[in-house]
Unconditional design. Sequence first.
Length: 202
Amino acid sequence: MRATPNDDLAQMLASVPPGEVLLLAPGDYRVETLLVESRTLQAENSGVRIYGRIVLARGASLVGVAVFGPRGGNAIICNDGHALVRNCHVEVPDETEFPSIGVKGAQLKVWDSVVRGGKDKKAVLGIEHARCVIERSTLDRLDLESGSEGNVQATVVGTLFVSTGARMRLLNDVTIETPTLTRLALVVDLSLIHISEPTRPL
């Protein structure tokens, strides 16, 4: 099934069987909160932009889309089951304090994507036993709170914050590229961090 910017994405997704794909024609889509559950929302070509909040749940995938979140919240939320963000650009306005992607008690894979944070540069935040798997991506900042786990591979990240009780695994080819005038690249607070190969700070 194929949607255009003139369509109601929620209604279109409801018409797609679980496990199937809704293709998005190039253009600007505006939503308040769009739930994508057990389905794939995929750009047909480049130039697909969604303005608003997307909730990914129970095996949902978001592929090839640029997501621009609202001032008062996340661009993407994953809080039920597992989900995938692949080949996407995700950001929130500079003034917002919310992370671009929030993962709560769920598993999210971020592959081949760019995630930009807002006021505090928070790109991805994992809380309440979240599991974040980041590969071949660029993040302003990755935060893991108590009970959460993160695997990072072949990725450039500005700053890592690992809170008490969280676990972080830095696999091969991870670069910590701390922004200009930022003093901290890695903050570890009574947590476990495992580095399988040398990590390159720039």
